[in-house]
Design a protein around this ligand. Structure first.
Ligand SMILES: [Fe+2]
Length: 567
């Protein structure tokens, strides 16, 4: 009898033990990062997540919530899960959950994705640009929430990073706390919004910090940022294969995206793929990255070309892209990236690094310091605001075919600064202050690209439009002249006006005072088609300081520019 009791008690103990182990097993296996999505494509997407113990990997998915009839697997036990889902339909919404072949470990109503458009589709494309965002602070939270409000009725197709993603050193734990966290960061955002990344100097601190010169061959570099991202490197989404995560390209509809790496400097010339050691040497134009860039841009036939990297080539805040030991990477990027991308007709360049927002005019050919900027490099110095009739035009043929790019610094998505006001001849407008946070939405629809910078408070503070348009030359209705601008402005004694006469016309140039009275009749006569520059010497006419208006009349087509003479 005693023996029977012992057997009975042991049986109960065994059952309890099994139940406890089972419970322990279920509790132990949980998702501790993600899921998040990489390489959003028309027919595939990559799903990544992290678990706290080894399991195999499964994504269940389907086009109806609650009926996830398909799955994609990876059999190798791991805590770093990566499953590529193939065979998807373009521009289609899928619901999903993740786990192992035996259990679902994470399911949520926010877990869905929409595949990209394919090359036959002309649907609008929207992407959300954030930069220097990885502080995990309330500013990052507010920028994230401002996106939810701004895009409530039209979510982005993906989020685009311009670097400095996780402060201060791009460590894995910093990504965990300041990027994948759900309170102030994007942990829940990533459940349905893929991100497309580039790296910044802070991310590179855990790969090959420039403050401790690195001789490592970039081909051999590893680190948290490179472990986390999963971009298309083999040309599988269009573009020329880079075979490395350091830089890559891909197509999305009729847009060709190029991700460059502005951190690849080294003390060894052979490993200095950006050309930091020859930062001011414009003859430096060959490295594995630059050679790939040339081949990639030469091959694309997409209507729109957008490049993104971290270190901003132009900054009007505290002369941050002038000669400084801290900004050699910015200067190198300007000198070595810009001539190549402009040669191939780049439309838009997205960068970060400075903790502010700055947006350029339509410019071309400026690869040196601020003082070397000349009026001929300014293709359109208007606001770019289409609501004012001032959109930037990128001509698809003719003498200006493919000329002109807009450069943006979007570096205040979690931290601001207030070193000084923003002033640079290549920059149209920007804002910088201790509490100025924001992000940028880009919409591409056919021949039109729109950018809207909105603050963490939800206020749109800048907008610009680029339009693709055929050149109609002298037959262009009302376009007797173009590219009318004044530089410098304000000025002390002299300023230069530049303009392009498109068809022969009687030109009359006058300077008016604030009441509209002509105070200086500068020029009157016919001019042939061509580019003109005229120097207006206000001192010569003994005109006092103040605001004036330059009036340019070309055969009855009249335009005005406000100028300011100051001490
Ligand atoms: Fe930076």
């Amino acid at each position: 009898m005693i023996v029977m009791k012992k057997i009975y008690l042991l049986s109960i103990l065994a059952v309890i033990l099994v139940c406890d182990l089972s419970t322990f097993s279920l509790q132990a296996q949980k998702v501790i990062r993600g899921p998040y999505m990489q390489s959003p494509a028309p027919y595939s997407i990559i799903m990544r997540w992290r678990t706290d113990s080894l399991t195999d990997s499964r994504v269940n998915y389907g086009t109806t919530a609650g009926s996830l009839t398909f799955h994609a697997d990876s059999a190798t036990p791991t805590t770093e899960h990566r499953v590529k889902i193939n065979g998807l339909s373009a521009r289609t919404k899928y619901y999903y959950n993740v786990g192992s072949s035996t259990q679902v470990l994470k399911a949520d109503s926010r877990m869905y994705f929409t595949t990209a458009i394919d090359s036959t589709m002309s649907d609008p494309v929207r992407f959300w640009v954030i930069g220097d965002f990885g502080h995990g602070n309330t500013a990052e939270r507010d920028v994230r929430n401002s996106y939810y409000n701004y895009a409530a009725n039209h979510p982005a197709d993906f989020q685009l990073w311009v670097g400095d993603n996780a402060y201060s050193d791009g460590k894995d734990q910093e990504y965990q706390d300041k990027v994948f966290d759900t309170v102030n960061s994007f942990g829940n955002t990533f459940l349905n919004l893929p991100f497309v990344p580039t790296s910044g100097n802070h991310d590179w601190n855990s790969i090959c910090a420039w403050t401790a010169p690195c001789n490592t061959d970039p081909n051999l570099q590893t680190g948290p940022y490179l472990n986390i991202i999963d971009p298309p490197t083999e040309g599988e989404q269009g573009g020329v294969a880079s075979h490395k995560k350091l830089f890559y390209s891909f197509d999305y509809g009729d847009i060709h995206f190029v991700c460059l790496n502005s951190e690849l400097g080294a003390t060894s010339a052979a490993n200095d793929w950006l050309g930091v050691q020859r930062y001011a040497d414009t003859s430096f134009n060959s490295s594995p990255m630059l050679d790939w860039l040339k081949a990639d841009l030469a091959a694309t036939t997409k209507k729109w070309k957008i490049a993104f990297w971290h270190q901003c080539p132009y900054s009007g805040q505290d002369n941050l892209t002038e000669l400084s030991s801290f900004q050699l990477f910015c200067i190198a990027a300007r000198n070595h990236f810009n001539p190549i991308i402009e040669r191939y007709g780049i439309d838009l360049v997205l960068t970060g690094h400075d903790h502010n927002y700055q947006r350029g005019n339509l410019i071309n050919g400026h690869y040196g310091y601020m003082a070397s900027f000349t009026p001929s490099m300014m293709l359109n110095n208007s606001s770019g605001n289409d609501d004012l009739g001032e959109a930037y035009i990128k001509y698809t043929n003719g003498p200006l075919a493919g000329k002109g790019a807009v450069y943006v610094v979007q570096g205040n998505s979690s931290e601001g600064n207030s070193y000084s006001t923003i002033s640079h001849p290549a920059i149209h407008w920007g804002e910088a202050c201790d509490t100025c946070y924001g992000s940028l939405m880009i919409d591409v629809n056919g021949d039109r690209l729109d950018g809207h910078y909105f603050t963490s408070n939800g206020v749109v503070r800048d907008q610009f439009t680029i339009k693709k348009q055929a050149w109609t030359g002298i037959d262009e209705e009302d376009a007797a002249f173009d590219h009318f601008y004044v530089f410098p402005n304000p000025f002390r004694e002299q300023t230069r006006i530049s303009y392009t006469v498109l068809k022969k016309c009687p030109v009359k140039i006058d300077v008016l005072d604030a009441r509209g009275k002509v105070v200086m009749a500068y020029f009157s006569g016919y001019r042939e088609p061509g580019d003109y520059q005229d120097m207006i010497d206000m001192d010569k006419e003994y005109l006092p300081e103040g605001a004036y208006i330059v009036r340019l009349d070309c055969g009855g087509v009249v335009k005005y520019r406000k100028i300011v003479k100051a001490n």
